[in-house]
Every structure is written in structure tokens, then in C-alpha cells.
Design a binder for this molecule. Structure first.
Ligand code: GLN
Length: 606
């Protein structure tokens, strides 16, 4: 039976067959290929970094790629997860609150993703149970196999169809051996069987230990981890070995022998200074062409496209490697012990730093320890401050102290979401003289609730998926700093995740005292960007600009902050002002875009 016949017959639910594979209408078997990435030995290996780097290499070759992350947990989305345990909650343009790995994909692929790119067991089971209540299973007992696994395959094929991808990259969350992820592996095994040979490429990402007491690399844990995958009927095609140092040939040979994977497809993926160096490491090892051969994608590859994309990418990586200047930026926050909680901010600073020749040293400031008396000492040596997003009361007064100091001492400041709200409170208290100004999130019965719940949020009970979420348009006021930062555009799109806002009755008072609201929600009195003239750089936004920063297109508010910090760190050098730096950068982007379009046109002619 050919694969198409197989799918044709199994997609029908009947008593006559044990096959059950719902397939989206019009799905063409074999058109879309799949790369599946599973982790063994331990979590935290950087499956998302590996997968997005490999996807990038294929995308550079003109292939259309679509990533999906399969999470084992039962939450419907990541919105209710504690960033301290799970890393930051990343928000997609369509409002989906998801795992931080989706941020890695968006940055590496320079591509906006949507809810179809993120699945959790909670979503999969909900869908199965809804179908059961609807009577869709026609009297059958609903089982993990084939119904739940069928739902997973359906999701993947729907994504393939909807995105018209050449390759779907499937990242299986957790580690092989986890109970909650086992059915994903089973679904992918079935997928490979149904799609036929050369359609699904399995990659086992593993870890090679190098205990300091032994001083040599050990492969046993990697072997056992991969064996576990094989017990589940999955033979990996590629093994990528994470390790501290390059994995030596002997160790690779051992892994090859124990796992039936040819040595040429056992790769070392050792630590490197920046994740943006991983694509080059994989490319130099030939991983991209191994995948292309395995999936028989040779005919779809466009090497001219790759030449241009790769040059631009290498230019960025070279800039990153050759940074000469240093700036110190303080980030306040209560999850300071875990860098993952602020992943997007760290990346946005790295993107801006690469383009501005400034290495950003981050200093974490625990604001629960900051008071008016010690703030100068705590912020000593910094060239800029970020107060990032946050919830609740802890450390809020310390943040306000930091903002007060930054405003009065002309220290560059960027407030993100909560940091925007705190800047408004500080200004209301210390400039407008509104004593007792606060946010109702912090002081429910404060005298001046300058930050208050959004009207649409009032009465909402429960915490899941109900904030003001996702990409929204922001109307920019002409002539302001924001207007210059955004290339004199009157509309920009930013990502949001909040419940509170600047209370509209206070807008006039704040404005009369000199606060400029340079970005607003079109047609609604929701303030989205603020700035203070007569300050080197004092900007805040209700949005999360870090989430739309990309390596080759750093987000402009971050570029502005780093540019201002650089001026502050090197006062004698006469570096250009933030708006000028951004304008210069945007001119380069326009030229690059024109060259890209020109390249595309000349290829079409030939
Ligand atoms: N707690 C604030 C609000 O809900 C800020 C949210 C945030 O920083 N993401 O509006």
C-alpha cells in the first residue's frame, strides 16, 4: 500500500480499520518534510537554539520553514507559569502566551509566529475531550493511541498546510523518558510511518559529560538516552552532542556505534559565547546539507538566496565578536537570579550592542533592597537602567527610587510595561506633586490611582489568557523622540501583556507637567509610550519592545537606550545622539532591503 493509499484509508474512521489518522482536507503527503528534535539525558540542552539554528540554515537556502514546540504540561498556555521556574512568558502577535523558545525561533528566523506554532498537552487533551463530547469518535473508546496521537499528527499537518512550509521543525519539550511527553514521541513515530521514507528526520540532541575529576569526555549517558528513544521505535538520523568542549572523534565513534547513526551524522555542538554563533557551527559541520539529503530537498534549495542571507548574518556575528566599547546597564527585577526570566531583554540588548559596537554588561538590581538613602550607591557605575515588566508589590518602591534617581541625574532610562507604569507614578509624585500616587495593583485604595485597571479588565475573574494581550497598533505623535526612533512612522506594532493602564483622568495633569505621551492606542485613551524631553533618554512603554527585537533589526527603543548609555559611558567621544544612531541604522536596513529585492528580481530574470 503506498503512503497516499495508507493515509486515504486510515483517515476514514470506521469499524473496519484499526488505523485512525485524521488528515486535513487537501493535505498532500510528502510535500512538507519534518525535522523532529528530541532531547535526551537532561533538559536545558538548548533544543530550541539547535532547532532554530538548523531551521535558519534551511530558511537561508530559500526553504519555507515553520517551527512548532510541543509542551508536555497540562496548562493551556504559558501565561500562568512562574517565570522564575519556566523562563519568561513570550507573547506572540496573535496574543498567545507561550514558552520562551518561541522567542528564540522568532529572533533566529526573523519571522512572526502564531498559536499554531505552540501546542501543550492541555490544548491537545482539551480538543480530544471536546470531540468526545461532540460525538466525533462514533462510539469508539477514546484512547491515547490512536486518538490523542491522532490529534498531535493533525496539529502538525495543519501547520504544514497553513504555513505552506517546506519543512516543519518539531521540538518535543522535556526529555526522552518523561511520562508526559511519551505520547508525542509515539505520534511522531506514527507520523514518520505514514509520511513514508525521507519525509521525517529525527534528531537526538544529547549531552556528553566531562567530569572535571576525570578530565575526559564520557558518552554513556548519551548512549543510554538515545537507546531509550530507540526503545520507543524511533531510530534517530542525526545525533547532536551538546558538550562543554568540542566532542572528540573517539566519543563520536562510540555514540555512532551504539546508535546506528553514521559517524558523519554525529555532530559536536559545544558551548559557544553567543547563541548567534550556533548556525555557523552547524553549517561548518555540514549539518544543513545532511538534512537536505536525508529529506531529498535538493531540488528546492536556492543557493543564490543563501549567499545574500549568509553574508548579512555573518556580518552581524562578526560585529558581535569584535565589540570594542563597554556599557553598564542595570536591570531591576525580582527574578534577578534567573536570566531566563528576562531572556528577550537580554537579547534585545545584545542585538543593539552588536550594531552599536557596545558590549552591554548587565547588572541585576534587587530593588527590595533599594531605598532613597542607598540608591546612588546601588546605581553607581551604571550608564543606563531598565525597569522591566512585572507584577505585584515586591520591590516596587525601590524601582520608583531608581527611576527618580535616573530622571534627576540624567541617567538613560527605559521602562518596560511595569517600568512604564512606575515611571508615571514617580513623575506624578515628584513632579506633579500628587502625593500618594500609586498603582491600584500595589495600593488598591491609594489617594491618586494614576495607574489603574483597564476598564475591559474589570470584573474578569481568574488569571488565564485574559490580559490585554498580543500585537496592537500604536499611533505615534509626530515630532516626538518616538516618532524619530520609529523612522517617522505614524503607526507601529508592538506586543502587549497587561491589565492596568495610565488612568485617563490623570493624563492632562501629567502632560501639563511635561510628560509627553508619544504613543497611544488608536482611538482609545490608552497611553502606550511616554518620554521626557530635556533628558538624554527617558522613555517608557506599556508594551514589550524586547519581544520584537531581531538580530538584524534591533528594536529601536533598545538601540536608543544603548546609544544613550554609550554617550554616558564615553562623554569625551562625542558619539551621536540616540535618534541619530537609529536613523543611521534604519538607512542601512533600507539599503539592505533594496539589495535583497534587487537580488530577487535579477534571479527572477535569469
Ligand atoms: N502588572 C502590570 C499590569 O498588569 C504590568 C504588567 C507587565 O509588566 N507585563 O498592567
Amino acid at each position: 500500500m503506498s503512503t497516499n493509499d495508507l493515509l486515504g484509508s486510515v483517515s476514514k474512521l470506521s469499524d473496519e480499520t484499526e488505523f485512525y489518522t485524521p488528515v486535513p482536507k487537501g493535505y498532500e503527503v510528502g510535500r512538507c518534510k519534518y525535522v523532529v528534535i528530541c532531547g535526551t539525558v537532561m533538559s536545558g540542552l538548548g533544543k530550541g537554539i539547535f532547532s532554530s539554528s538548523l531551521a535558519k540554515l534551511l530558511q537561508d537556502k530559500g526553504l519555507k520553514v515553520a517551527p512548532i514546540k510541543l509542551e508536555g504540561y497540562l496548562n493551556i498556555d504559558s501565561g500562568t507559569l512562574n517565570p522564575f521556574r519556566h523562563g519568561e512568558v513570550f507573547v506572540l502577535d496573535d496574543g498567545m502566551e507561550c514558552d520562551m523558545d518561541l522567542g528564540t525561533y522568532e529572533r533566529m528566523l526573523d519571522q512572526d509566529l502564531a498559536r499554531a506554532n505552540f501546542a501543550t498537552s492541555g490544548q491537545i487533551y482539551t480538543s480530544v475531550l471536546q470531540k468526545e463530547r461532540h460525538g466525533d469518535y462514533l462510539g469508539r473508546d477514546v484512547q491515547m493511541i490512536p486518538h490523542v496521537t491522532g490529534e498531535v499528527k493533525m496539529r502538525l499537518r495543519e501547520l504544514a498546510m497553513r504555513s505552506n512550509a517546506d519543512v516543519v521543525f518539531v521540538e518535543v519539550g522535556g526529555t526522552i523518558g518523561d511520562v508526559e511527553n511519551a505520547y508525542y514521541v509515539e505520534a511522531l513515530r506514527e507520523l514518520a510511518y505514514e509520511e513514508g521514507p525521507n519525509s521525517v528526520c529525527f534528531v537526538a540532541l544529547t549531552y556528553v559529560l566531562e567530569p572535571p575529576t576525570l578530565g575526559e569526555q564520557k558518552s554513556k549517558a548519551a548512549q543510554l538516552g538515545i537507546k531509550r528513544l530507540m526503545e520507543w521505535g524511533v531510530q534517530p538520523h542525526i545525533v547532536a552532542c551538546r558538550a562543554e568542549n568540542p566532542v572528540i572523534e573517539k566519543v563520536r565513534q562510540k555514540i555512532a556505534q551504539y546508535t546506528n547513526v553514521p559517524l558523519a551524522r554525529v555532530f559536536s555542538m559545544h558551548d559557544c559565547p553567543s547563541i548567534y554563533m550556533v548556525p555557523r557551527m552547524l553549517r561548518e559541520a555540514g549539518l544543513d546539507f545532511e538534512v537536505i539529503r536525508l529529506l531529498q530537498l535538493d531540488q528546492r534549495v536556492d543557493l543564490m538566496h543563501e549567499r545574500m542571507a549568509w553574508l548579512n548574518w555573518c556580518d552581524f556575528v562578526e560585529r558581535l565578536k569584535n565589540i570594542q566599547h563597554q556599557v553598564n546597564i542595570g536591570i531591576t527585577g525580582k527574578y534577578t537570579s534567573l536570566r531566563d526570566s528576562y531572556a528577550s531583554i537580554i537579547h534585545a540588548l545584545e542585538h543593539s550592542g552588536a550594531h552599536l559596537d557596545a558590549h552591554v554588561n548587565i547588572r541585576w538590581i534587587d530593588t527590595s533592597q533599594v531605598t532613597g538613602d542607598n540608591v546612588a550607591e546601588k546605581l553607581d557605575g551604571l550608564h543606563g537602567i531598565i525597569v522591566p515588566g512585572g507584577f505585584g508589590t515586591r520591590g516596587a518602591e525601590g524601582k520608583i527610587e531608581c527611576i527618580h534617581y535616573a530622571r534627576e541625574h540624567k541617567l538613560p532610562y527605559l521602562g518596560i510595561c511595569f517600568g512604564f507604569q512606575m515611571a508615571v507614578i514617580e513623575f506624578a509624585r515628584n513632579v506633579c506633586g500628587l502625593e500618594g500616587a500609586d498603582s491600584t495593583e500595589i495600593q488598591a485604595r491609594c489617594k491618586h490611582p494614576v495607574i489603574d485597571i483597564l476598564p475591559e479588565q474589570e470584573g474578569i475573574k481568574g488569571l488565564g489568557g485574559n490580559m490585554r494581550l498580543g500585537g496592537k497598533d500604536v499611533a505615534i505623535a509626530p515630532g516626538t523622540l518616538a516618532w524619530r526612533l520609529f523612522g517617522e512612522k505614524e503607526r507601529v506594532r508592538m506586543r502587549f501583556r497587561h491589565r492596568l493602564e495610565v488612568r485617563p483622568d490623570y493624563i492632562d495633569t501629567l502632560t501639563e507637567h511635561g510628560m509627553v505621551f508619544s504613543g497611544k492606542a488608536p482611538g482609545e485613551p490608552i497611553m502606550q509610550i511616554m518620554e521626557l524631553p530635556d533628558h538624554p533618554y527617558f522613555v517608557g512603554t506599556q508594551a514589550h519592545p524586547c519581544m520584537t527585537s531581531r538580530p538584524l533589526r534591533p528594536q529601536q527603543m533598545f538601540v536608543g537606550l544603548v546609544a544613550a548609555a554609550k554617550r554616558c559611558a564615553y562623554p569625551q567621544e562625542n558619539f551621536p545622539a540616540p535618534a541619530e544612531v537609529v536613523e543611521q541604522l534604519m538607512r542601512q536596513w533600507t539599503i539592505a532591503a533594496q539589495e535583497k529585492a534587487h537580488g530577487r528580481r535579477s534571479r527572477q530574470k535569469t
